[in-house]
Design a protein. Structure first.
Length: 387
């Protein structure tokens, strides 16, 4: 494999640092072009120094002087703000890791897609809010979108070499999160610390809360629809608490293919990094004999209403998925700041979504407008609750 040029959007986060870990183990295979972060200047500058990156971008412009100072004596240029993020996404590297959290990642992802890059997509919120626009743009520019989310990466691997017309359905597995066995009454009292304590995966705060509400699986349902082009009724969700089977594809002849591995994001990230080849990872090897058992159960829509909410957003289309995502981002942030309770998150999401227009967005600017409006509605609902 020739040396691949790579940039990481969201280099200081959980997916970003796992990507850096793999790249730094294989300096002969990867050349880092650009790294970005929102506010964590120290970690950004440190990673840029270690990897000899050419560009480091901080979203918060007030932090640019600090970044510049930390990069003194290197050949790495420091930049800040939205235009610089777009430059990091579209310029220089052929392979881009999209690992910004939330809808904030949408514009940089679109810049990479419009430039025809290979985009390793962790930032599921961009597909949830602008899936059709993104896949159309990729078809126009020739960009490849490689799924990094472990479930979608598993499906991508299972589909390889098969005809789309031979697929019967997709089965997304879900760990069930830290509250899988909890009652609604117990969930009502849960704190942010309890909600971020995922039993199998170590992840950023937002996706950890999404796993506790199971909104993460709801977002993944919409993500799967856009990535693989299947309707909602052909995408099932199955709870699998051990997180060993990462997802499955059922074919028309009744065969089911699954991808398995230890719950370590470096496996799907490595798959995208080396694609279409493979590379070594330090991830723990699966010891199936050592695992007592693998279990599966149907999801409980009563205790986890996020699944139904996401499915109805996907089926309603229009602005509903954007409203669902925006309200969820606002409500999760409020829960993390202890402004609302755990069960309030879904209430805010469902109520915001109910007011969404049936008109689909025609441009990324439309998506951003709908997102902004939905955030304002969700914020208003939360202030009414507090009053
Ligand atoms: P983290 O919160 O750990 O990291 C987020 C990254 O994005 C950080 O580098 C952060 O910078 C940057 N960032 C945050 N807000 C902005 C903004 N407004 N503008 C620019 N950059 C920003 O998130 P994760 O790594 O957990 O998740 C990233 C994405 O990957 C999410 O969409 C998530 O759903 C998805 N994903 C994550 C998995 C995981 O295992 N963590 C698994 C599958 C998917 P700073 O550090 O400065 O705040």
């Amino acid at each position: 494999m020739s040396r691949r040029t790579v940039s990481i959007l969201g280099a200081t986060g959980s997916v970003g640092t796992s990507t850096l870990d793999l790249i730094e183990r294989h300096p002969d295979r990867f050349e880092v072009v650009a790294l970005t972060a929102a506010r964590n200047v120290a970690a950004l500058a440190d990673a840029a120094r270690r990897t000899y990156a050419k560009l480091a971008v901080i979203d918060d412009e007030a932090l640019l002087p600090d970044l510049k100072q930390r990069l003194e004596g290197t050949n790495c240029r420091a930049a800040a703000g939205k235009d610089a993020l777009a430059e990091a996404a579209a310029g220089g590297a052929g392979w881009i890791m999209a690992a910004i959290v939330g809808c904030a990642g949408l514009e940089p992802v679109m810049a990479a897609i419009d430039a025809g890059r290979t985009v390793a997509l962790a930032n599921k919120e961009s597909l949830v809010t602008a899936g059709a626009l993104m896949t159309e743009a990729a078809a126009r520019s020739g960009a490849a979108i490689l799924p990094v989310d472990s479930e979608h990466n598993a499906i991508f691997q299972c589909l390889a070499g098969n005809r789309p017309s031979d697929v019967a359905k997709l089965v997304l597995t879900a760990s069930g999160g830290p509250f899988r066995t909890k009652s609604r009454d117990e969930m009502a009292a849960m704190t942010p610390e309890q909600a971020v304590a995922h039993p199998n995966w170590s992840m950023g705060a937002k996706i950890s809360i999404d796993s506790a509400t199971m909104m993460n699986k709801g977002l993944e349902l919409i993500e799967a629809h856009h990535l693989f082009g299947l309707a909602s009724e052909r995408i099932d969700i199955l709870v699998h608490p051990q997180s060993v089977v990462h997802s499955m594809v059922e074919f028309i002849d009744g065969s089911v293919l699954a991808q398995l591995g230890s719950p370590d994001m470096r496996i799907p990230i490595a798959h995208a990094l080396a694609w279409p080849e493979r590379m070594e990872t330090p991830a723990q090897r699966l010891d199936l004999a050592g695992l007592a058992s693998l279990t599966f159960e149907a999801p409980d829509d009563e205790r986890f209403p996020a699944l139904k909410a996401a499915r109805s957003a996907l089926e309603a289309g229009g602005a509903a998925p954007i409203a669902l995502n925006a309200a969820n981002e606002e409500a999760v942030a409020a829960f993390l700041q202890r402004r609302i309770g755990f069960l309030d998150i879904l209430g805010i999401v469902v109520e915001t979504m109910a007011q969404a227009s049936a008109e689909p967005p025609r441009s990324i600017a439309d998506v951003i407008d709908i997102d902004r409006e939905a955030r304002a509605k969700a914020t208003h609902l939360m202030s009414e609750m507090a009053a």
